[in-house]
Design a binder for this molecule. Structure first.
Ligand SMILES: Nc1ncnc2c1ncn2[C@@H]1O[C@H](COP(=O)(O)OP(=O)(O)OP(=O)(O)O)[C@@H](O)[C@H]1O
Length: 252
């Protein structure tokens, strides 16, 4: 149930602009007949024959039972893994024939990925974890990068933790730091694997608000894999997987 005035916030999450769902008309990531099969004596199909179009400014939740292929699909959509059959089109470009360097450049500029296990670099501070991808992308002076990183951290209520290393943070702070890093290069697509998993209500609400604000204010696309019914209910579209196949794809 979504409050009539989302700003009133009836639950842990507030949705800023639920009715602005633009549908898939401005297609950004298109999966066509995508399967991912691990070879072996008994091949394992992670996802099977997926057709999916995700457009600009959508907030999509990928749901399904454990082992249904949600993370595998997210990795494929985020160009972190390659389909065994079928193709992924990204911004109108077929990625099948791209080399790894081109894919890496696309990821660096356009995709922010929040992993299920944060994968922050343990030997660097939180601030440096944001500055590293920024410097790899380049294009602006270090002072500007620092200001931007500081603003992202402040928006996620992490301004006091910038100089800490990941092992000095709480679980919720680490999860938020991982989201901050994913946002460092202001990606067009934010793909997050269980971004609110194991978070308390307050931390989950901070994460959700940040994701929804990016979508709303900057027309970014958000795709989350989640078991969190609260988060899934507030997405504009829910794609449900069972045994690696899409069994439901519904606008909320
Ligand atoms: N490298 C791998 N080798 C063998 N099996 C794998 C591998 N990666 C994933 N799988 C299997 O593929 C299936 C899909 O995995 P995936 O992680 O995509 O599911 P999921 O829906 O995200 O699960 P969860 O909700 O538990 O995170 C699972 O049965 C998993 O055990």
């Amino acid at each position: 149930m979504v409050p009539a005035n989302p700003a009133a916030g009836a639950g842990p999450y507030r949705l800023a602009d639920r009715d602005a769902h633009p549908g898939a008309k401005d297609a950004g990531i298109v999966a066509r007949g995508v399967s991912r099969i691990l070879p072996g004596a008994v091949p394992v199909a992670l996802v099977r024959n997926i057709d999916l179009t995700i457009g600009k400014s959508e907030f999509v939740a990928i749901t399904g039972p454990s082992g249904s292929g949600k993370s595998s699909l997210l990795y494929l959509l985020g160009l972190l893994d390659l389909p065994t059959t079928g193709s992924i089109e990204f911004h109108g470009q077929d990625t099948s024939a791209m080399d790894e360097a081109t894919m890496a450049a696309l990821r660096l500029s356009h995709i922010g990925f929040v992993f299920q296990f944060h994968f922050l670099l343990p030997e660097f501070t939180v601030l440096d974890n944001l500055l590293i991808p920024m410097r790899r992308k380049g294009g602006q002076p270090l002072d500007r990068m620092r200001d931007r990183a500081g603003a992202i951290l402040a928006a996620l209520q992490l301004d006091g933790e910038a100089a800490k290393r990941p092992d000095q943070l709480s679980g919720g702070q680490r999860q938020r730091a991982a989201l901050a890093r994913a946002l460092a290069n202001d990606p067009d697509y934010i793909l997050a694997d269980e971004p609110t998993g194991n978070l308390d209500t307050k931390n989950a609400a901070i994460v959700f608000d940040m994701l929804d604000r990016r979508r709303c204010e900057k027309e970014r696309t958000v795709i989350v894999v989640t078991h969190d019914l609260g988060l899934a209910e507030r997405a504009h579209r829910r794609v449900h997987l069972v045994d690696g196949r899409i069994v439901a794809d519904r606008a909320a």
